[in-house]
Design a protein around this ligand. Sequence first.
Ligand code: UDP
Length: 238
Amino acid sequence: MASPKYKRILLKLSGEALMGDNAYGIDPSVIDRVAEDISEARDLGAEICLVVGGGNIFRGLSAAASGFDRASADYMGMLATVMNALAVQNGLEKQGIHTRVLSAIPMSSVCEPYIRRRAIRHMEKGRVVIFAAGTGNPFFTTDTAAALRAAEMSCDALLKGTQVDGVYTADPKKDPTAERYESLSFMDVLRQDLQVMDASAVSLCRENKIPILVFSIQSKGELARVLGGSGTCTIVGE
Ligand code: UDP
């Protein structure tokens, strides 16, 4: 069995990745598939933590555009990520994996509060840590939360699971001539405004020298293949 190229990783899952073919919410079969993928990656020996988004349930920016106060809408978005985190936890537990959900907004009857040292300890003990409620601050995104937690956890890489298998020169679903980049520098992504993660997330990864691997979470088993070095992805690095 291949050993992982990166020992400790943070996996960012957008809310959209959890809704499957539905237009909204959580598809339990997708949760189960993603949990199996995480279990496989763990079997390679990787220490894994996760940041889950909330866009499948509530997105602050779009709610603000339709008249909500932005900060309130963002708090609602952060609560949506907690629902997704609990769903992913449930899926992982069905695989027999020990997990902890740590929320940036304390809600002690639901999950643990986020405490960096505690999160590291959980990971050292082999538990999968799921970070919920983003950064805990409005006006941020879960991409930025992912970069922040990856830095705090001293992760060797941030894996961004998307609908496509990397970053392309154009939208591959619309333009058949679009080509996938094998690798990109952080500066390329920032200068060309490529849609990898938002600019603050990319900058944080750049400052902390954490490579971003963009891969398809739709492709079963791809997470383990990417970690083992045989998968398809775009690597964003120095
Ligand atoms: N959010 C926030 N602060 C954070 C992270 C998230 O206010 O640190 C809110 C924001 O409203 C966002 C929503 O939570 O729209 C859901 O997160 P995001 O859109 O990043 O989820 P994804 O696109 O990954 O599903």
